[in-house]
Design a protein around this ligand. Structure first.
Ligand SMILES: Nc1nc2c(ncn2[C@@H]2O[C@H](COP(=O)(O)OP(=O)(O)O)[C@@H](O)[C@H]2O)c(=O)[nH]1
Ligand SMILES: [Mg+2]
Length: 328
């Protein structure tokens, strides 16, 4: 047992033992994780907590869109190449954006708090689909119990701001809200900074750029974000910047598309397998079948290989667009 655990840690542990849903367990474990001092003596314990949290998150995710009565816990089952959650204040255009980019039809209105539930929609980018999740404003009443969990679980956070109303202040408010729920928005950090439990990839979406008075505020926002977070200037109502939006959101998910083909056959280029960047031939074989992965002898790769059809081993790291043939 490592020394120097604060008393709050043991309280969180008690809550963990009493918890009944995966979500309650995750919350308690995250609290424990955040409270645990970082040093050699706690390395193993922290790794164990991480694993438990990851397992429970998977379990929670497998339950499709469950609303638990009373405690109001919501999950949005992931679909497509990745899940991006739209986070921001009221009336900034989150719903309008999702409506413009997907088949989903969230309510758009010029009064606050129209959106009360998470509303997922699929956005097309080239030959893949990315899931956008429209959410209530972070300031909406009665969302505090579940909104942070949805954001924690997403692959990407889209911080939506309205350029006509001090977007820098809006951004700061969202970043503070994320920090309060132990999330750091960063595309570089690998480990959560002290006191945080999650690092979230994030983009800032500057909406309503069709308005006359938007240019100066946009400049201020760009300089505030420079070197920290990418900014995409859009107008959801006029459709400006939406192509760039699709591309940047897909790229920020940090995934690659690979195509598997049967020996002697052709790859179906309309049906990519989407895997995390850095995934290997072995990882892709796993997604086909466990036994398949175990029996894998070698693969051939077209695309990133030195030459077409090059033989590679299971630890070969795949690039976007690679075609592979798995041999058992
Ligand atoms: N001028 C302009 N108005 C917008 C734009 N996007 C949304 N709106 C308006 O802003 C208001 C709030 O939009 P909504 O999508 O409901 O915001 P949400 O609360 O963030 O989901 C509505 O009146 C929209 O028509 C935009 O790009 N330009
Ligand atoms: Mg809305």
């Amino acid at each position: 047992m490592p020394a120097n655990l604060p008393p709050q840690y043991f309280e969180a542990e008690k809550r963990y033992r009493a918890a009944r849903t995966p979500q309650e367990k995750i919350e308690a474990l995250e609290e424990m994780f955040a409270l645990m001092p970082k040093h050699k003596g706690t390395d193993r314990l922290r790794a164990e907590l991480r694993t438990k949290i990851a397992k429970l998150s998977e379990e929670a995710e497998r339950r499709p869109f469950v609303a638990k009565k009373g405690s109001q816990l919501y999950y949005v089952r992931k679909e497509g190449a990745g899940q991006a959650a739209l986070v921001g204040l009221a009336n900034v255009g989150k719903s309008r954006l999702v409506a413009a980019l997907t088949q989903a039809a969230p309510q758009v209105a010029d009064y606050p708090f129209t959106t009360r539930l998470p509303i997922p929609g699929m956005m097309e980018y080239e030959n893949v689909q990315v899931q956008l999740v429209d959410l209530p404003a972070i300031t909406a009443p009665e969302v505090s119990s579940w909104l942070p969990n949805i954001v924690k679980n997403a692959d990407l956070v889209l911080i939506v701001v309205d350029v006509t109303l001090d977007p820098v202040a809006q951004l700061d408010t969202v970043l503070e809200w994320l920090a309060k729920h132990r999330m750091a928005a960063s595309n570089e950090l690998k480990e959560p900074p002290p006191g945080m439990t999650h690092v979230k990839r994030a983009l800032v979406i500057a909406n309503k750029t069709d308005m006359d008075n938007s240019q100066q505020a946009l400049e201020l926002l760009l300089s505030r974000c420079s070197g920290k977070l990418p900014v995409i200037a859009v107008s959801a109502s006029r459709g400006d910047g939406l192509e760039e939006f699709r591309e940047m959101v897909y790229k920020a998910l940090d995934v690659v598309r690979v195509y598997t083909k049967p020996p002697g056959g052709k790859a179906d280029l309309t049906e990519p397998s989407v895997v995390k960047r850095g995934s290997t031939v072995g990882d892709v074989a796993e997604t086909v079948h466990k036994d398949f992965a175990r029996n894998l002898k070698y693969a051939q790769v077209w695309g990133s290989g030195k030459f077409d059809g090059q033989r590679v081993r299971r630890d070969y790291v795949l690039q976007d667009g690679d075609i592979i043939e798995l041999h058992t």
